[in-house]
Ligand binder design. Structure first.
Ligand code: GDP
Ligand code: IMO
Ligand code: MG
Length: 432
């Protein structure tokens, strides 16, 4: 059976969690393949707001939910998340964890904060979840993997090496070092014990599922422009959020992936630092923030807001082979007299329609806008009528907006989300 990937086309928080929840109904397995607790995926299940940081959103439908090898996992935080999921009545036995995934240790979180402080004005604005330092250890081949939490000898050996190195780093940052091998060994072996029956060879498991005709949904975290290679480096996260990350982070072969769904928020938001060509620092930005409740799920920081940017979304489509778009938060733009969409950038007098690789250029580009008129705010009753009756149309100005996006991106919009709740979405809308 083919697999489907869901990924964010912008700077994260596009509504991946909500769309994953809606679509996972038709899948057997949902896999997170990169990132860790920097992610915050919000769902509304019968008026209850639930946010996941590690656990794939498919758990709310009791699907097999796999934390893939490409993830970095903070065990105490995951255990807390699993306890909460269990309290909501979700089947946490369905949560499986890759033995190969790397472990976020408490010193990684400290180092994330120290590094940010030392960057001063050039700080990245990380979520301080220890993501960067954990991936550094992974790539340096000194990281602790989930399977190490099951083997006292191996964990003890790795911790001894790690603590020597980390003590040196703490000295460099002039910070007191408080960890001992024995204490960490005891604490983390205990987490290993709690999580042991969830740990599997996830790549073997997922491939087996695919070979047996099961449907696999891969749920991305962050967004294309936070990708460590293709994002607005260095203002990025430390993993590959683009399609390659879905393959290496889950262990499946590319030919399985037949559908890549790009989630696009109808406008743009960004948490943390970094270039944002369509950012609105005026009253309109604040209006978007208020109407869209744009506050970070993980850190509660206000999200920077701006108009939609088709240059970045088109670049995301090309980089990832996105086959279709799910657009979210069209309700937030309703009732604006004027809405803008960036269709190109001006760079040194020249017009470009791709994201420049140089961060310096990305900081200088001036968006070229096309203007649209807002659409009437619809009540739930009116939305429901549109959903139920194939002949009734979306509001005229919204149709104009969506048609333009489809034409620009040259791919169809297969879902229109108009509210945070599970049923506030139209699948396969008629946009023609
Ligand atoms: P993710 O990280 O991509 O999963 O997105 P987040 O959950 O961090 O942020 C998206 C926010 O928008 C969440 O609070 C969702 O509940 C909410 N949301 C998702 N879709 C819609 C929508 O169509 N309209 C509105 N108003 N809110 C939405
Ligand atoms: P979801 O999955 C939005 C941002 C941080 C910071 C940069 C690096 O909910 O879309 P990190 O802690 O990863 O080292 O921070 O990336 N960031 C996100 N922004 N949504 C996310 O995840 C994010 N995860 C990280 O704000 O700018
Ligand atoms: Mg989020």
């Amino acid at each position: 059976m083919p697999a489907t990937v869901i990924l964010g086309t912008q700077f994260g928080d596009e509504g991946k969690g909500k769309v994953t929840d809606v679509l996972s109904d038709k899948y057997d397995v949902v896999v997170r393949y990169q990132g860790g607790a920097n992610a915050g995926h919000t769902l509304f299940i019968e008026n209850t707001k639930i946010a996941f940081h590690h656990i794939p959103s498919g758990i709310v439908r009791n699907k097999i939910s796999i934390l893939g090898n490409g993830m970095v996992i903070n065990p105490p935080q995951l255990i807390k998340e699993m306890d909460e999921a269990s309290k909501y009545g979700f089947k946490t036995d369905n949560i499986k964890i890759s033995r190969k995934a790397n472990v976020v240790m408490p010193y990684h979180k400290d180092l994330d904060s120290f590094e940010e402080l030392s960057r001063g004005n050039n700080k990245v604005g990380t979520t301080k979840q220890g993501i960067g330092p954990t991936y550094i250890d992974k790539v340096a081949r000194t990281g602790i993997r989930m399977e190490d939490l099951l083997n006292k000898e191996s964990l003890s050996e790795k911790l001894s090496t790690q603590l020597k190195i980390k003590r040196g780093l703490y000295n460099l940052y002039e910070q007191p070092f408080k960890y001992t091998v024995n204490e960490l060994l005891k604490e983390y072996m205990n987490y290993g014990k709690i999580l042991s029956h969830h740990m599997i060879d996830s790549d073997v498991y997922i491939n087996d599922m695919l070979m047996h005709g099961k449907r696999v949904l891969l749920e991305g975290a962050q967004g294309v422009f936070l990708d460590v290679d293709h994002g607005t480096y260095p203002y990025v996260t430390s993993s590959n959020t683009t399609i390659g990350g879905a393959i290496t982070g889950s262990g499946i072969a590319p030919q399985y992936i037949k559908r890549v769904i790009g989630i696009m928020k109808a406008y743009t938001t960004r948490v943390g630092e970094g270039p944002f060509p369509t950012e609105l620092k005026d009253g309109i930005g604040i209006e978007l923030q208020k109407k869209g409740h744009e506050f970070g799920t993980t850190t509660n920081r206000p999200r920077r807001c701006g108009w939609g940017d088709l240059v970045i979304v088109k670049t995301a489509v090309i980089l990832n082979g996105i086959t279709d778009i799910a657009i979210t938060k069209v309700d937030t733009l309703a009732d604006f007299d004027e809405i803008k969409l960036a269709v190109a950038y001006k760079l040194d007098g020249e017009e470009i329609t791709h994201v420049p690789s140089s961060i310096k250029d990305m900081e200088r580009v001036v968006p070229v806008y096309k203007k649209f008129t807002g659409w009437k705010e619809l009540t739930d009753k009116e939305w429901n009528a549109i959903k139920k009756n194939k002949n009734s149309k979306l509001p005229k100005n919204l149709l104009i907006y969506l048609k333009f996006i489809e034409k620009y991106l040259q791919i169809p919009i297969k879902a229109v989300s108009y509210g945070p709740k599970r049923d506030q979405i139209i699948l396969n809308p008629s946009i023609r």
